[in-house]
Every structure is written in C-alpha cells, then in structure tokens.
Design a protein around this ligand. Sequence first.
Ligand code: HSE
Length: 412
Amino acid sequence: MNVAVMGYGTVGSGVVEVLTKNHDSIVKRSTQSELEVKYILDLRDFPGDPNEDKMIKDFNIILNDDDVKVVVETMGGLHPAYEFVSSCLKAGKSVVTSNKELVAAKGCELLSFAAENNVNFLFEASVGGGIPIIRPISQCLAANEIDEIAGILNGTTNFILTMMIEKNMSFEDALKLAQDNGYAEKDPTADVEGHDACRKICILASLCFGKHVYPDSVYTEGITKITLDDVAYVNAYGGVIKLLGRAKRMENGKIFAVVTPAIVMQGSQLASVNDVFNAILVRGDATGDVVFYGKGAGKLPTASAVVADVIDCARNMGRKKPIGWGEAEENYVVDYKTAENPLYIRAAVEDYEKALSEITEKVGNVKVLVFEGCKKTEIAFVTECGKESELCEKLNSVNGIKIESLIRVTDY
Ligand code: HSE
C-alpha cells in the first residue's frame, strides 16, 4: 500500500521517520503486504534529505495516482489543506490528519465526504499529540453517556503557567522559553489566546456529544492577562491556574463549551499536570472520571498518533470506521455566562476596608485571599457558587473597585 505525506514540517517529517524506522512492524500490523511512502508534498526544497527522491510540489500527482490509498495531511492551516483533503476523500483515498484547525472547522463535512466514498478520515493526532483520546472516546468509552469533558489541551500555555507558578517567572520570559523549546505554534497567539485549545475542545465535544461544535461558538479566553499576583492569590486559596477547555452536556440537549483560565484545586488530577504535558478528563456515566495524560505536542509523539491512524486505514480498506458526528442546530452552544461556579476576582481598590464591606453587602460571603507582600491597593477574593451572569451583575454594582482579573473555580 502506498502513502503520500502532504507537509514535511515537524510532524510530517516525524511521520516519515516513524514509518521508515518501524517499517517492518508497521507493515505487519497494517495487514498489508507493504506500506511505503511514495510522495512527500512540500513547496520547500530539502537538499540532501534522505527522502529527496520522493519530494513533489504538485498535489495533482497524488490525487491522480490510484496506487496512493492513504494521504497524510500535516500541512496545518485551513487552506489549501481543506481543498486537498476534500479532493482526496472524493477520489476514494483515506486521509489522516494532525490538523486541528481543519477538523474543528470542517470535520463534519469531511467526515460526510469520507462516508459517501467509503473511506476513512482519521484525526487522532489533532488532539493531545501522542495521547490516545479520539479512539478511546469513540470505542473504549462507547458504553457511556459522556456528561462532561475537560482538558489541559495546550502544552505551550501549560508550560508557561508552570514556569509562572513554580519559578515565579514572568509571562514574557516563560513564553520565550516555550518558543526556544519548540512547543509554541508558528504564531504563538494561537496558543496564548486559547485558539489552539478551542479547536481541540471543539473536536472533543463534537465527538462526545455527536454534533459539530464550531470554534466561533465557543467563548475563548487565553492566559495573557494572568499575573504573578493571580498565581500567588490562587495559591493562597489552595488552587492552581490552568488553561482548560471544557464542554458539558446540558439537560436540554445543548452544550456548554468554553476555553478559559480556570482554578483547579491542588491535589486534583489536573492540578499536577505540569510543563508541556496535556491531560484530558472524561466524565462518563458508567466509568466516572477517566484521565488521559501524556505529551500533547512534539514531533514523534504526534507522528506516533498519525502513523497509528495510517495503520488503521490500512486495516480498514473499503470499510468506513464509525467515527464521526452530525451537523448542529443553531445556538447549539449555550451562553457561557449561564454556567454556575464560584469566581475568583482580583480588583484594584482605593479603600480596602470600604470595598470589602460593600462587596460583602452586594455579593454576599466571599473568601478574602492574601499572600505575604500583597498590595493594599488591590483585593482578591472567591465568591460563593452562583450563575456567572448574576455574580457579574452584583460585582458590577460594587462601587470603588476595578476588576482586573476574573477566573472561574472548577470542581475538577
Ligand atoms: N502548540 C501546540 C501546543 C502544539 O503547545 O500544545 C500541539 O497542538
């Protein structure tokens, strides 16, 4: 069986490396007599690369070669990945991708092209890098109704927050270190503003709840506004700040889904997930909480997931695997402010005592937070659990405070 790889960047070159290095065992597991990379599509030149003879620049060579049965898309971005993948599926080729942007934006449509052509569209590597999560959700947890899913889905931001929490490092220095280590996206905005995590929670929520969740329907907040003061106050509360993607099935069949910095309590399963590691907690009605943990980024972990999908395509030639979801109705994702949770607030104040007494009067009981060396010109506290819209209305009615940070407290 012949494979083509589109995109010879970090992941694509990792895929070719793994397919070459583990060739014999992969062929055996694929149940095919042979499994070889025939083409590598990339607009760049790679002089001296051991795979130079396979390099092409024209996508049509792959499309028109009937011997290519599986196409790996590791180009990233929406265009031309969407056009290339659509054409391959319509031409009866299975496609494996690591491209979360593509799956989050176009997954439902591409899955329907795959079904119409009796081929597979697999995307294990699009969430959690080397962590098995797509297949476990769709197969191993298939007996459950999944009520909720929450994850540390971005390695770069988890690395930055870990450096801030454990090394008291500034956000800027920690981001620079993450980039130097090769964790960040080309444009780190997608990491630090939460867009990358948003794409991943959309894929997970679509898979868990059966209808496509589009990124623009998911409220998304990154970590750029988190300060070292927040870290210290939250530590005094007994929690840690993590960037979480969260999705939950509501009683009316709709979905709550957000990406925000969130407080998880020290000692909880997600609190100890540090550095570039990812973790995904799946709350099933039969299993209870199951947590998947591992390296969420990096060349070989991600390539491992891609190659496993290639093997799966090879084993399931002529048979579409039942992985997928349908279109969603309008307003499928509810307003995030309808969620109920306690809120951590840090606010600038002119008169601390006066502000505290007004907060207590208007917002109700709050847990005031302090740490050694904290400023008297700001107040930090955690409210009782309440609907976010109502808590925000009460907070906005307090005179003499300027809210600088709002972080949701979770029960994970
Ligand atoms: N930039 C991403 C991260 C890469 O840091 O998690 C993996 O999707």
